[in-house]
Design a protein around this ligand. Structure first.
Ligand code: RB5
Length: 149
C-alpha cells in the first residue's frame, strides 16, 4: 500500500509519529511536505495529497494541519476524495468502517502524537463494512457528480 502525507506548520508535529506507524506497517510513504514550522497555506498541501488519491497514484492519504479542519475542507473539494477529520479512536475507526474515508485528517493542536499514531493504526486496520453503507457512500458520489464537473 502507498500513502501520501501532507501537512502545514500546524500539523507537522504529528508527522514523525504518523510516518513511523506507516513504516511499521510496511507502507510506502510519499511525503508531500511541508518540511518545517515556517508558516504555509494548508490548501496547497491538501491539494497535492487529494489529487494523488483522486488520480489513484496512492491508495490513501493522511493530512495534518492545526485542527485538521481547514486541510480536510480543502481536500474534500477534489473529486473522489472522502477526507475525514478525526479526534479519537472511535472516529478514526468509524470513518473507515462506515464512510470508507480515503484520507484521514488530524490536528496537531488538538491531539497528542501518541493518539495520532494509534488513530492511524486503527484507520489502517479497519475495513469498510459495505452493506448499507455502500448506498450511502454512493449517494455522496452522486452529490459530487452533480456539483463537480
Ligand atoms: C494555521 O495557523 C491553521 O489555521 C491551520 O493549521 C489549520 O488549523 C486550519 O484549519
Amino acid at each position: 500500500m502507498k500513502i501520501a502525507i501532507g501537512c502545514d506548520h500546524g500539523g507537522i508535529v504529528l508527522k514523525p509519529t504518523v510516518k513511523k506507524v506507516l513504516e511499521n506497517n510496511g507502507i510506502d510513504i510519499i511525503d508531500m511536505g511541508c518540511e518545517d514550522t515556517k508558516s504555509v497555506d494548508y490548501p496547497d498541501y491538501a491539494l497535492t495529497v487529494a489529487e494523488a488519491v483522486s488520480k489513484g497514484e496512492v491508495d490513501r492519504g493522511i493530512i495534518l494541519c492545526g485542527t485538521g479542519i481547514g486541510i480536510s475542507i480543502a481536500a474534500n473539494k477534489v473529486k473522489g476524495v472522502r477526507a475525514a477529520v478525526c479526534h479519537d479512536l472511535f472516529t478514526a475507526q468509524m470513518c473507515a468502517q462506515h464512510n470508507d474515508a480515503n484520507i484521514l485528517a488530524m490536528g496537531g493542536r488538538v491531539i497528542s502524537e501518541e493518539l495520532a499514531g494509534q488513530m492511524v493504526q486503527v484507520w489502517l486496520d479497519t475495513p469498510f463494512e459495505g452493506g448499507r453503507h455502500n448506498g450511502r457512500v454512493a449517494k455522496i458520489s452522486e452529490i459530487e457528480s452533480k456539483y463537480f464537473k
